[in-house]
Design a protein around this ligand. Structure first.
Ligand code: PAF
Length: 295
């Protein structure tokens, strides 16, 4: 019996000109390029995006770039895990075709001062926007730059960063060619205790990791109170539970899933989303869950 030897390989580009030259020559017809932007420290959540991109596209491009301009907290940036060798191995295993791995100078050759500034209006002022000033400006700048380099047909982003997904959707309406890019928001991948997978989870100590699933329990209890009634009661219960487990909650919110307008009461007619951000020691965790309207 003959066994078939499967050899997987992935091209790695560090220079903008090189990846652009390659992609312009190789661009497949139709639904050609699926793009998964990341900051590395990859986990099963990222791999699920690559799997979906692979199923829909002829060529999957992933980027790894820890974008300094989106970190409002210096320590968060300095402690952001860098695991490039493992990431490369995981990407090859997942069947990624092309990795873009630029340096800061390659991404921002003229510095960041004169980069275009995108206005995301209300989205920049609420929840993540309020707690991480400047964060979405940085995300907008780097994603616009990456889209301009890769020119994908489809863009894959995780629902775990719910507000970021809304910001990037908005960005697609502001950049040239953005309306031709299909954005696919991929489901949150969770650990056995419900903790949403995140590159930051590896910074949790064992005792912190043991209680980190409490955020998920809070989201489940918010969901269980739907579809009607007052949200502020369960909001307070969650704040107390999180504080009891050693978290410092930043927000526990219920919002219109499309606009992120905050709600004090469950809505019978609007698709909602529950969102939580809380710090456990120095590690900031976020998570969310869609809450169906009563109709
Ligand atoms: O979600 C992320 O990993 C980052 O914010 C992104 C979209 C790659 C931009 O740096």
């Amino acid at each position: 019996m003959r066994t078939k030897l499967q050899i997987s390989f992935m091209l790695i580009f560090k220079k903008v000109a090189d990846i652009q030259a390659y992609l312009s020559q190789q661009k497949p017809a139709g639904r050609g390029i699926g793009f998964v932007p990341t900051m590395g420290a990859l986990h099963a959540g990222h791999l699920s995006l690559i799997k979906l991109a692979k199923a829909d596209n002829k060529l999957v491009v992933t980027s790894i770039f820890v974008n300094p301009t989106q970190f409002n907290d210096k320590e968060d940036f300095e402690k952001y895990p860098i695991t490039t060798d493992t990431d490369v191995a995981m990407l090859i295993e997942a069947g990624c075709n092309v990795l873009f791995l630029p340096s800061v100078d390659e991404m921002y050759p003229q510095g960041t001062e004169n980069m275009p500034v995108f206005d995301f209006g209300y989205l920049e002022t609420v929840l993540e926007g309020a707690h991480r000033p400047g964060h979405f400006r940085g995300v907008g700048q780097v994603v616009a730059r990456l889209l301009d380099i890769v020119k994908p047909d489809s863009l894959y982003m995780g629902q775990k960063d719910y507000q970021q997904c809304l910001v990037v959707k908005n960005l697609l309406g502001q950049v040239a060619g953005g309306n031709d890019i299909e954005m696919i928001i991929c489901p949150i991948i969770r650990e056995a205790d419900g903790l949403a997978m995140s590159s930051r989870n590896r910074r949790l100590t064992d005792p912190q990791r043991a209680v980190a699933g409490t955020i998920y329990q809070c989201l489940i209890s918010i969901l269980s109170k739907a579809p009607s009634g007052n949200f502020t009661v369960v909001q307070k219960e969650c704040a107390d539970l999180l504080a009891d487990k050693g978290f410092v909650p930043e927000y526990i919110a219920l919002a219109d899933a499309a606009t992120l307008q905050l709600l004090d009461n469950y809505s019978a007619t609007t698709q909602m989303v529950a969102l939580i951000a809380a710090k456990l020691g120095n590690v900031r965790l976020i998570d969310n869950m869609l809450v169906e309207a009563d109709s």
